[in-house]
Design a protein around this ligand. Structure first.
Ligand SMILES: Nc1ncnc2c1ncn2[C@@H]1O[C@H](COP(=O)(O)OP(=O)(O)OP(=O)(O)O)[C@@H](O)[C@H]1O
Ligand SMILES: [Ca+2]
Ligand SMILES: [Ca+2]
Length: 548
């Protein structure tokens, strides 16, 4: 076990120097064995200068097209040369995002880095076992016994601090099952920041479970030498590789398919972080930053395909800060002002201590942060997600971006399960947690009773939106009539069945004193006895005896 499968070192002169080999490489691992399977020196790192727009092109407003430039491109710089798409228009940023090229280059160089050290067979106590960093607490409280449970296989990738291998379960019910294990040597955790980064990464992975475009986290282990993060094995390779293998050529549709998945994660994590972590004020702003930053800028490196299949899902795999925040680097060298504007950042003098901010400062920081995210990125996210995932004219598609944003956040607060559905229990918990005293006395029970149908089924986001939509609000929309008509057409296709006036009256709870045939005659279409458009619209209002 712990055999050497390290990828060879091919070092691009243009990139940062190769990292020093570990002090004691295991036998047989000292020399890279075969020539590199890729030759990055002759490949463009990010060949996005093709006429077809790539996901990154949209994300970066064209800056990724020239990765070798040292300064970031101006926002919308390419706008004059190509027709402006809605996505590009939405993402014309107020500030230039920093170029991702430096990070991509460094990451490519690392892939061909030195061989990895071995995994100890024997497991020990909590790690003081690494040299050169006494005094640092390297105990994470993770499980012990990694080596007893998993057989390590081939290395599948490597990064700054560690390497990732395929591994199989040795025994038990899951015997033979394959996972990916990211091994982070404790010897590389030479500062408290590095240690905190690992802690945070695991925390984020745990917290973000349940999105189809996020790698599934299973467990974290540790021994004297290493931390082991066990997660789903994505066998389809990195997005970057696929982009390169296509020569960077993506049709609008293909690019959209990729971008939608990426933004699905961005939307998921930002909503979740913002509304759960941040609102509880125990927030660590850098978590938010790291997630958004990693996803938006290093997308091509940190997204893997689940399989080699053309239509394989993309999954975000890396939630560490280490890609971008090194203890010895100041954040203002790295982070674009539009992304994170803590008070310290505004003064352009801060280091990684700036990551815990409380009270009013949080508000200020996030206001700035969200001015950007909310106004630009979220529009694009919602535009794409909702045009992508809704094929028919349901009413909730007619919500404004702001309303969808709000509803998505509310929905996340209910903590949907992995399939993106909520149960009665989720709602019960949220109500118990959030209800005011006055509400607890009167409304909670009532609300739960009204939702009793959820005892037998779950509610997805579409239904949630439909339930939350106020027809009165929708009526204020310019194209309300048109929206209502398309919703009716949808209903007409598979829901509209013949109804008699008495049934309708009982559905509406009308009292016997109401002259039904006079009041309801327009509600039913005489040709086939089905609900008419007028009836449909009125029904949306939940018309009662009183309003009649
Ligand atoms: N779940 C996984 N399935 C398959 N391969 C993976 C998985 N996780 C990571 N890898 C491979 O390992 C590489 C390094 O992983 P990752 O980016 O998480 O490591 P890191 O040490 O955090 O690196 P970085 O320097 O980017 O922070 C990835 O680029 C990928 O090729
Ligand atoms: Ca990475
Ligand atoms: Ca990382």
């Amino acid at each position: 076990m712990g055999g050497c499968h390290a990828k060879p070192l091919t070092h691009d002169a243009d990139t940062s120097p190769p990292r020093a080999a570990p002090a004691t490489p295991p036998p047989g691992c000292a020399t890279p064995a075969t020539p590199g399977k890729k030759h990055w020196a002759v490949s463009p790192f990010f060949p996005f200068s093709t006429p077809s727009p790539s996901p990154a092109h949209h994300l970066f407003g064209g800056s990724a097209a020239s990765p070798r430039k040292s300064s970031p491109a101006r926002p919308g710089a390419a706008a004059g040369s190509a027709p402006t798409t809605p996505a590009r228009r939405l993402l014309r940023l107020p500030f230039p995002p920093p170029s991702p090229a430096k990070h991509i280059r460094a990451a490519l160089a690392r892939r061909h880095g030195p061989p990895r050290p071995s995994i100890p067979e024997e497991v020990g106590g909590e790690g003081e076992g690494c040299g050169g960093c006494r005094g640092l607490d390297k105990g994470f409280g993770f499980n012990k016994g990694f080596a007893a449970k998993y057989d390590m296989g081939d290395e599948v990738g490597r990064g700054h601090f560690g390497y990732t291998c395929a591994a199989t379960v040795k025994k038990g019910a899951r015997k033979g099952e394959s996972f990916a294990v990211k091994v982070i040597p404790k010897a590389k955790m030479t500062t408290s920041i590095a240690i905190e980064d690992v802690r945070r990464e695991v925390k984020i992975l745990k917290a973000l479970a349940g999105n189809k475009n996020l790698v599934q986290f299973y467990d974290a282990y540790e021994d004297n030498e290493n931390v082991y993060i066990v997660m789903e094995l994505c066998e389809g390779g990195e997005l970057l590789d696929r982009i390169l293998s296509r020569g960077g050529k993506y049709s609008e549709d293909d690019a959209k398919a990729v971008l939608v998945q990426i933004l699905n994660v961005v939307a998921f994590v930002t909503f979740k972080e913002w509304f759960i972590e941040i609102s509880s004020r125990s927030a660590n702003i850098m978590i938010l930053l790291s997630v958004v930053w990693n996803l938006a800028i290093s997308v091509a490196l940190n997204f893997l395909f689940t399989s080699k299949d053309e239509n394989a899902h993309l999954k975000a795999i890396d939630f560490g800060l280490s890609d971008f925040v090194k203890p010895d680097e100041r954040l203002n060298d790295i982070v674009g002002s539009a992304y994170y504007i803590a008070p310290e950042v505004l003064h352009r003098c801060y280091s990684t201590e700036a990551d815990v901010i409380h009270g009013s400062e949080i508000t200020m920081t996030l206001n700035c942060h969200w001015t950007f995210l909310y106004s630009d990125l979220s529009k694009l996210i919602l535009f794409l997600i909702f045009t992508e995932s809704c094929s028919e004219g349901q009413l909730y598609r007619r919500l404004t971006v702001d309303e969808l944003f709000y509803l998505k956040a509310q929905f996340s607060l209910l903590e949907p399960d992995r399939n993106g559905c909520i149960t009665l229990d989720n709602i019960r918990m949220a109500l118990t947690r959030e209800a005011t005293d006055a509400m607890k006395e009167s409304r909670v029970q009532e609300i739960l009773v009204s939702l009793s149908v959820l005892q037998y089924r779950r509610m997805d986001f579409q239904e949630f939106c439909a339930a939350a939509v106020s027809v009165h609000q929708l009526e204020a929309l310019d194209r309300w009539e048109q929206h209502a008509r398309s919703a009716y057409d949808h209903f007409e296709k598979d829901g509209n069945r013949a109804i008699v006036i008495d049934e309708l009256a009982s559905e509406l709870g009308l009292s016997p004193s109401v002259p039904l045939h006079v009041v309801l005659q327009d509600w039913i279409r005489h040709t086939d006895g089905k609900l008419s458009f007028l009836g449909f619209v009125k029904l949306l209002h939940g018309m009662s005896s009183r309003s009649l």
